[in-house]
Design a protein around this ligand. Structure first.
Ligand code: 6PG
Ligand code: SF4
Length: 639
């Protein structure tokens, strides 16, 4: 099937826009690459320090300059149910790598925050910045320059993005992402949400709420809704950074461990010494980023990726924006209905066909690039498979099922749930924002109502509990951008807003903050850019202004006359409580340097400035095979 013209156009304009920064990135990558083992560039003293604690036979391997050394960078902790299984992985990996005559070393840990624990709490104001902290911690681990390949252990929201951003700053090193899998299914997400709404109305006790939550989040593994964590997993599959189908295999099972061992061996294989050199900076290119956006839309993924994918792309010298997301969403069909976009969870999705089914459907429909590099070599078709346990205890792969096991959860591209991806760009005199409408009923896609402004989640909840919000209104939650208070998720407001919507009121939210990937039924224009603290016009809104949030026409407006609007002064707020306590004072540098949301709210520069002299006309085509280009690399290494 020929590539969809919009997919081709968006890809080409990204290539065009990124030409200078991607070329600079690839030049850095080639310059960092050492012929032979990376540790060859270290002094004997450096090396002695590096393997001082190694077992003798591992030390012997590293003294030779032929055996690859594999870094383990892990986000293990006991706090995230998703990351707890990583506790046992390092030994599994070391043993598996030894079997192929190489060495693995736990190079470093990275922090991991659980957004479920910090949701609605002060800690959430560190959440977004933890992504770049994780990227920096990854760099600290990899900066020992001892490694010829790396295994990145991470799953949740900012952790995979942070690890990938860090890994891309060592783009010359082959890297494989190693997941841990979802927890088994507890009570349904719908039951969980219903208990929360009853509690918010005072119709359920705290004991009933805790009972319900504990039946939902009940064991090791990733939470089973389709939020940012599981969106990450789908994107790692689509970008060919996982072994095929590794995402949604249950933790603590023989197949899970077999996949971890197989990933360890594969990392050695794609090292320079393994003979199938495939650096991660050549896997993440313009086409794989487009594939990731396509997969995000096809599965109703998290709005957080309109920040994280932008930051990941920039780490590889690639510049994408919300016009790219919007254009692709218009042509990519919705192939899944996983909570909050439906009642099923990721275990149901996996049973119905899983990531391999989605990848194949998108390739066959011409909606994704097949000619991309992956950890298996060249070509995405190899990732349309799912893993099984062979008789020898190793992984065998079979093609993903040709038909869906449950068309209430997963559908072919020929019979989608919707003809679009349900994520839209809305813009107007309030700035540019993102809306995910895949979980919003059509009757709520356009909301026009008076504004009520709030300067915190607490302010909103106090007025909700006092019964002051039982009306049609647009909640304008101000000063929630990265420079203000770290751009927290405002997902804790969902039960209250859902109750008001269920009571028949027309409600919507507009904010320069974020929502959770698990947020759904209430229309919300989020990530409003520029944020208020950067002079964004959202700061000019006053209570009573009529706000129109229109996902159907892509507009976000205050229906205020130009004269009145021009006379308005920017609102101000005392944000000091968000800058002290819970460690927030340590993150002042992130608040002061965060880029705008549409540039990923990132705290690191592009490899080089965007080449604004290059006309960003549609459909421009890039001469392939430019020296140092991806095509040139492919020719040189895959001949
Ligand atoms: O972006 C996300 O997917 C969310 O941050 C998610 O990781 C977080 O844990 C939610 O808060 C979970 O939803 P509940 O709070 O509804 O359990
Ligand atoms: S999915 Fe969210 S709540 Fe669940 S472990 Fe990950 S960060 Fe925590």
């Amino acid at each position: 099937m020929a590539l969809h013209p919009v997919v081709e156009q968006v890809t080409n304009r990204i290539i065009q826009r990124s030409r200078a920064s991607r070329a600079a990135y690839l030049a850095h990558l080639e310059a960092a690459r050492v012929q032979g083992v990376q540790r060859g560039s270290l002094s004997c003293t450096n090396l002695a320090h590096g393997f001082a604690a190694f077992p003798a036979n591992d030390k012997l391997k590293l003294k030779e300059y032929k055996k690859p050394s594999v870094a383990i960078v892990s986000s293990y902790n006991d706090m995230l149910s998703a990351h707890q299984p990583f506790e046992t992985y390092p030994q599994l990996i070391k043993d598996a790598v030894r079997e192929v005559d190489a060495v693995a070393q736990f190079a470093g840990g990275v922090p991991a925050m659980c957004d479920g624990v910090t949701q609605g709490q002060p800690g959430m104001e560190l959440s977004l910045f933890s992504r770049d902290t994780i990227a920096m911690a990854t760099a600290v681990a990899m900066s020992h320059n001892m490694f010829d390949a790396a295994l990145y252990l991470g799953i949740c929201d900012k952790i995979v993005p942070g690890l990938l951003i860090g890994a891309l700053h060592f783009g010359h090193i082959p890297g494989i992402f190693v997941p841990g899998g979802p927890m088994t299914t507890g009570i349904s997400n719908k039951e969980k949400a219903a208990i929360r709404q009853r509690y918010a109305k005072g119709e359920a006790t705290r004991e009933e709420l805790l009972e319900g939550e504990s039946k939902s989040y009940h064991g090791a593994g990733t939470c089973t809704f389709y939020g940012t964590a599981n969106s990450n997993q789908m994107l790692m599959e689509m970008m060919g950074l996982h072994l095929p189908g590794a995402a949604f295999i249950t933790p603590g099972t023989p197949l899970r461990d077999a996949l971890t061992r197989a990933a360890s061996r594969q990392a050695v294989k794609i090292s320079q010494q393994g003979g199938q050199y495939m650096p991660i900076g050549r896997i993440v290119d313009e086409k794989s980023i487009v594939n990731a956006i396509v997969a995000l839309h096809a599965t109703g993924g998290s709005t957080n990726h309109t920040l994280h994918l932008v930051a990941i792309a920039r780490a590889a010298g690639i510049v994408i924006d919300w016009n790219d997301f919007d254009a692709l969403s218009k042509v990519v069909p919705s192939l899944t209905r996983i909570y909050p976009n439906g009642e099923a969870d990721v275990n149901h999705f996996q049973a119905a066909g899983g990531p391999g089914f989605v990848i194949r459907e998108l390739l066959d429909a011409g909606l994704a690039h097949e000619d991309v590099n992956t950890i298996l070599g060249h070509g995405l078709r190899a990732h349309c498979q799912e893993p099984f346990l062979g008789a020898d205890g190793k992984v065998v792969w079979r093609d993903a099922p040709t038909t869906s096991g449950d068309e209430a959860v997963l559908r072919p591209a020929a019979n989608p749930f919707a003809n679009n991806g349900g994520m839209v760009l809305v813009q107007g005199n309030l700035g540019r924002a993102v809306m995910k409408i895949s979980a919003v009923k059509p009757e709520y896609h356009v909301i026009e109502a008076p504004a009520i402004t709030f300067d915190s989640q607490e302010d909103f909840m106090e007025r909700y509990k006092a019964g002051a919000l039982e009306r049609d209104f647009v909640a304008v939650i101000r000063f929630q951008g990265p420079r203000a208070n770290g751009m927290p998720e405002l997902h804790a407001l969902t039960p209250a807003l859902s109750n008001l919507q269920d009571a028949g009121y027309k409600v919507a939210m507009v904010t320069d903050g974020r929502m959770s990937g698990a947020s759904g039924k209430v229309p919300a224009a989020i990530h409003v850019s520029p944020e208020i603290l950067a002079g964004g016009p959202l700061g000019l809104v006053r209570d009573g202004d009529i706000i129109r949030v229109d996902a159907s026409n892509g507009t976000l407006e205050a229906l205020v006359t130009d004269t009145v609007w021009a006379a308005r002064r920017m609102a101000s707020a005392d944000l000091s409580t968000s800058h002290i306590g819970m460690g927030r004072e340590l993150f002042a540098m992130f608040r002061n340097h965060a880029s705008p949301a549409e540039e990923g709210a990132a705290s690191f520069p592009l490899p080089s400035p965007i080449d604004t002299t290059v006309p960003l006309h549609e459909g421009a085509h890039v001469e392939e095979g430019q020296p140092g280009s991806d095509e040139d690399f492919l020719f040189r290494t895959q001949k």
